[in-house]
Design a protein around this ligand. Structure first.
Ligand code: PMP
Length: 394
């Protein structure tokens, strides 16, 4: 059975009471990732895919080796994996690049649970082309409510998240994606929250594009990943243009690469790719981490029961190890501030999902996102410090 270890996360030995519960935003990295980054900076840091000298060749080799490792983790082919700066950038790029001749009144289907990263790019497009955004609502249990029924003759894009960054609900997207495919509707999945927990599911989703961020699966910031179905990638032009994606440039014209590198203009973030690949190898070595986190989430839900003043937002039948708390008597920011004063780090607010919070009728929630370093002791402390906060503020 997986157990958090101070070999991976040294502060567990130095400060066992310190608890970090913002893993759904950005993970803390295990020692092997830090070491891989350090080695890269010392020995290999250089511009990949540019120079013919040894250091650049080595950087190129590590970048492409990283692509292979990451593709294997998602169970896709390396030429289906493009690097970006973040999920946000990938979604913005896709919204601009979808090969659709928009007509006023065309529809984009989203869910009400979208992170702003998967809402605002479509909202802007809708304003520009006079499109209609439709929203899949949630069942009282926190699952998506019959999404396929909202596909209409006018739907051109379905862009939905695979798991909520607020409630932790994992959404069953297969029927929706199948229906979209049958109708020739472009489908894009924001898997930022699912990737850390069920990476192999990303490759299996019958979507045109699936995106996620490495800093949410124990890599570092600055790397988004786009999993592109070849049938869809073939129709896409480069999102942005510049160095590294051309075969020939004259004063007036450019010929672009035909493979996945054409989506990666500019110097690639080799450091973040190495960190992400190292993180996936670490995750593979700790395959029972998922099970551990499931049990810790269940334990936390259990510890939190029987408090009238505190509720866990419903998250449907399948969940990531993230949950959100809402209190009728203590403000979310007060709870988070008190937790922080006790070395428990959790985030309060709308979590970049304001329409979801409006829909649920809350102004802010405290999100508790468990990670590979969460110990049973952290959960017990969390609950007792929440109780102290209630005594103090209510
Ligand atoms: N979508 C979801 C579901 C997320 O949780 C996040 C990160 N909070 C994003 C998109 C944006 O990811 P990034 O900040 O890495 O671009």
């Amino acid at each position: 059975m997986y157990q958090p270890s101070s070999d991976d996360f040294p502060w567990l030995a130095d400060e066992p009471d310190y608890a970090y519960f913002d893993t759904a935003a950005t993970c803390l990295v295990p020692t092997c990732v830090r070491h891989a980054v350090d080695r890269y900076l010392l020995d290999t840091h250089a511009n990949a895919h540019r120079g013919s000298y040894a250091r650049s060749r080595e950087a190129t080799q590590q970048l492409e080796q990283g692509r292979q490792t990451l593709a294997k983790w998602f169970q896709i082919q390396p030429d289906q994996l493009a690097f970006s700066a973040s999920t946000t950038q990938a979604l913005n790029d896709l919204a601009q690049a979808v090969p659709i001749a928009w007509q006023a009144g065309d529809e984009i289907l989203l869910s009400i649970a979208e992170h702003h990263a998967n809402l605002l790019p479509w909202q802007r497009l809708a304003q520009r082309f006079d499109l209609k955004l439709r929203f899949i609502e949630l069942t009282p249990e926190g699952d998506l409510a019959t999404p396929e029924l909202l596909l209409t003759e006018r739907t051109r894009v379905v862009a939905v998240s695979a798991a909520s960054n607020v409630t932790g609900a994992v959404f069953e997207l297969a029927p929706l994606l199948r229906a979209a495919r049958q109708r020739g509707v472009v489908s894009i999945v924001d898997a930022a929250q699912l990737a850390p927990h069920q990476p192999q599911k990303l490759g299996l989703l019958d979507a045109d594009a699936v995106v996620c961020s490495a800093h949410k699966f124990y890599g570092v910031t600055g790397l988004g990943l786009l999993l592109l179905a070849p049938r869809f990638a073939d129709q896409l032009s480069p999102f942005r243009v510049g160095g590294g994606i051309v075969t020939k440039v004259t004063r007036e014209h450019a010929e672009y690469l035909s493979d996945v590198h054409r989506f990666e203009a500019g110097t690639p973030n080799t450091l973040a790719v190495i960190a992400a690949a190292t993180a996936t190898e670490w995750l593979d070595r700790n395959a029972d981490l998922s099970h551990y986190l499931d049990t810790q989430r269940a334990e936390l839900s259990h510890l939190l029961t029987h408090r009238e003043w505190l509720q866990v937002l419903p998250a449907g039948p399948m969940q990531t190890p993230t949950l959100s708390l809402v209190s009728s008597s203590v403000h979310a920011h007060d709870l988070a501030a008190y937790l922080d004063s006790q070395r428990i780090e959790a985030r309060a607010g709308h979590h970049c999902a304001q329409p979801l919070l409006q829909y649920l009728g809350h102004s802010g929630v405290v999100r508790i996102a468990l990670g590979a370093y969460t110990t049973p002791r952290h959960l017990e402390r969390l609950v007792s410090v929440l109780d102290e906060a209630y005594e103090l503020f209510s």
